[in-house]
Design a binder for this molecule. Structure first.
Ligand SMILES: Cc1cc2nc3c(=O)[nH]c(=O)nc-3n(C[C@H](O)[C@H](O)[C@H](O)COP(=O)(O)OP(=O)(O)OC[C@H]3O[C@@H](n4cnc5c(N)ncnc54)[C@H](O)[C@@H]3O)c2cc1C
Length: 477
């Protein structure tokens, strides 16, 4: 599609399906849909905003018949350039932001069936009076469909798992000639009757179909929360510390988040309102935010959670004296404010090159230490500002050219290739822990995905959803 005329015809056709007001074509109206959460900016032919599954199906039918690539977009907070169009001006953004009508709470099943265009914050605000929440917690406010398509992890993975673990059913439109609607809305937690098809569409960035409705598991909201900042004596103490906490706290332990000194200092520099909680204001090399929660109100005679975590830290101090340098129990809100400010803080430190890596839990610190030793020789002008969900082996390994004039696309490529090679080939890690795949990391997918994985993905795509859909390729098409 190159001529303006073709776009006009396409606009006309989509307007007949979803209403003229819901097809955007001006630069001003499309700008927000063309711009990703971090750096990426593409150019869309049009933005189309259907209101329900039937309209999505009609749009897909027309797009497939005309060879138009649709890019599904939900909250557009994704970090791998999966939700925005490329620079060709030929792709159409399929925004799911109007799919926000269905919301059917099932208290007995502890689940909600809903359209995927609801924002996570709206879902949780509606559930709060019920004492329930969707337990995937992160520093952005995505829509539910984007969360399913990227299989969002988040800060409480340790306790509740990822999205994959919390989806009971989906409805999905596949990119075939009919825009077929597949209904996997069982609402069952136990269903061992064959292939679990919904998992094909969860975490695959919209390549196999557009999720329009879903049923998700809900959890009881925490009624008591306590948090502590732990300063490990050295990197090698982090894993034994996690093990000690897990043994003593069991499923009360809901988060174990690691923060490097560079990341914490960046947050303090960028967000003036943050209070520095460390002894004498001295930021340690590494700190851990540990959180414990209970889902019932404090009972008379029950030890308060603050006291529980203090006692546990005291026990660890006594029985494993080599692990903790310092520990302080603090206000959960204040400690989480620091944790959630890290991402923005690091972003403002210079030109950031972000990696979303995962390892076996014990290898996170080993990898970061290896990089800290070897980075200065390879990239002396790059600062390592890592932090992450260390309790589940995830690390946001952020590298920053502090002098932005030292950054170039070529140096980023060189840096990326080196880091991925060490992370994936030497440490056996994942190059995409929780952000999924998009244009940004497609070359890394192609480089590290074995043909034994890519080939069946290709076959599946050809079979169930052969039309052009989404920004990513898991096989050849
Ligand atoms: C500050 C910040 C912090 C973050 N922290 C975390 C974190 O802790 N953990 C984490 O996992 N992620 C995190 N993210 C990344 C991001 O928020 C998640 O990936 C999020 O779930 C994406 O949802 P979205 O609605 O914004 O989707 P979008 O960005 O709109 O889309 C993401 C992908 O899903 C596809 N897609 C969207 N909707 C559908 C649909 N209905 N059907 C099929 N495909 C679809 C898109 O084509 C794209 O490939 C963070 C992002 C930011 C900006």
């Amino acid at each position: 599609m190159s001529a303006r005329q073709d776009i006009a015809a396409l606009k006309h056709a989509f307007a007949a399906l979803v209403g003229a007001a819901n097809v955007l074509d001006s630069a001003a109206d499309m700008a927000a849909y063309e711009t990703g959460a971090r750096y990426d900016k593409g150019r869309a032919a049009l933005v189309v905003r259907p209101a329900d599954t039937a309209e999505v199906s009609a749009v897909v039918r027309h797009a497939v018949a005309n060879g138009i690539r649709l890019i599904p977009q939900s909250g557009n907070t994704g970090l791998v350039s999966g939700s925005t169009p490329d620079e060709s001006g030929n792709q159409v953004v399929l925004s799911l932001d109007r799919l926000n009508r269905v919301f059917e709470l099932d208290r007995d099943n502890r689940s909600v069936r809903l359209d995927v265009g609801h924002r996570l914050s709206d879902v949780n605000a509606r559930l709060e009076p019920e004492g329930l929440h969707f337990p995937i917690d992160l520093g952005a406010d995505p829509r539910i469909g984007g969360m399913l398509a990227t299989n969002t992890g988040g800060a409480r993975f340790l306790r509740f798992g990822d999205v994959r673990k919390n989806v009971l059913g989906i409805k999905v439109v596949v990119a075939d000639a009919e825009g077929t609607v597949l209904d996997f809305m069982s609402g069952l937690r136990k269903n061992n009757t064959g292939v679990d098809w919904k998992q094909v569409f969860i975490g695959t960035s919209g390549a196999f179909g557009i999720i329009t409705e879903c049923e998700i598991n809900l959890e009881l909201m925490p009624r008591q929360t306590a948090a502590a900042l732990l300063v490990p004596r050295e990197g090698a103490a982090v894993m034994p510390l996690l093990r000690e906490m897990e043994i003593r706290l069991g499923s009360y332990l809901s988060a174990f988040e690691g923060m490097s000194r560079n990341a914490v200092e960046s947050a303090f520099r960028h967000v003036g309102s943050l209070r520095n909680p460390f002894a004498n204001g001295v930021v340690p090399d590494y700190a851990i935010l540990a959180e414990v929660t209970r889902s019932w109100d404090a009972r008379a005679g029950e030890q308060p959670l603050d006291a529980v975590i203090e006692e546990v830290l005291g026990e660890i101090w006594e029985s494993a004296p080599g692990l903790l340098e310092d520990a302080l129990v603090g206000s959960p809100a204040e400690l989480w404010a620091l944790r959630h400010a890290l991402s923005e803080g690091v972003k403002h430190r210079g030109r950031m090159v972000a990696f979303d890596l995962a390892f076996r839990r014990q290898d996170v610190i080993a990898f970061c230490d290896w990089m800290k030793q070897n980075m200065p020789a390879r990239f002396p002008d790059v600062a390592i500002c890592d932090f992450g969900h260390i309790g589940d082996g995830g690390v946001h390994f952020n590298l920053v050219f502090e002098d932005a004039s030292r950054y170039s696309a070529g140096r980023e490529t060189e840096l990326r290739e080196w880091v991925y090679e060490v992370a994936v080939s030497d440490f056996g890690g994942s190059f995409s822990a929780e952000h999924g795949i998009g244009r940004k990391n497609q070359p890394t997918y192609d480089r590290y995905t074995h043909a034994d994985v890519a080939a069946p993905a290709d076959g599946l795509k050809s079979m169930i959803s052969p039309g052009p859909l989404g920004a990513v390729r898991f096989g050849r098409n």
